[in-house]
Design a binder for this molecule. Sequence first.
Ligand SMILES: [Zn+2]
Length: 323
Amino acid sequence: MSGWLAVISALVLIAAAEAGQVPAKFEMPFTAKTKEQAIEWQKKARARLLDLVERQANRISTDEVALDVRSGEPKDMGDYTLYQQRFRGSNRTGVFYPLRLTIPKGKGPFPAMLCLHGHGGNKDAVFDPKGLYGGFADRFARGGYVVAAPSLPHHKYAAMTLWDLMRCVDILAERPEVDPKRIGVAGLSMGGEWTMWLAACDERLRVAVVSGWMCTTEGVFSVPNCACWCLPGFVELMDVCEVHLLIAPRPVLFESSEKDNCFPIRYTREGFARIRAGYKAFGAEDAVAQDIWDAGHEWHGAVAYGFVDKVLGGRSAGPSPGK
Ligand SMILES: [Zn+2]
């Protein structure tokens, strides 16, 4: 392709994304047939995604801004101890974010889960058994996991939260009670999107539960959705469902409810079929699963707890009673 043709083609792709359309052609679609090709694609795709995020938000290393976690008094919650904390984010402005950290009773080291809220949610919502999160953070905490649940702000682009999410993993990995080789992440809605970005870009996460988010680009554009997923340069790069292939061969579960108004089920089924085919190229077809059930945009947990337990060796408390 000549230089001018390439420029015109790129402009057409950008215009398509701005108009909320699927690009006619992606820059880095997943086409690998062999494991070697798949690994090669993954390496390049991860570098490109990290670069796109960095263009919007500078990454600050812990060498520049050290981990700074401030803890409130411990509170006995029965099976675990709760600490209301604040941690300094990955920034130079000194902004702190609230965090719920729970430590199981008994002797560690324990597996750990990072539990992420969606639009309008916060660290407390993911512990509430009555809300759309089904108290999933509490269920992991009661099942012997160290749990970190931050309250993180909505940014123009959700991917800009990536560096603060990585800082949450730093916090977990540094805790003496945590086995750093057994850390996972789960999130609903925008929390599912954050889960995708984090697990795709940070290989310390050994397992991921993406709830109420995974879909094809066509599917996300097919209904009104917050545009915060449209990181500049990202929509043109690959179908959004293919970002989950950066998690391979690590296990990932998708929760896709049949009446999710944000992500129509036919597109989440298609997305899963594509992801499973991609995982097959990595030789890891068995590491992906999709939990489909009859409900709206909410956490389920019927498969998720056992899925995570199997990978991280925990013993989750299972779905909240009544869920
Ligand atoms: Zn948003």
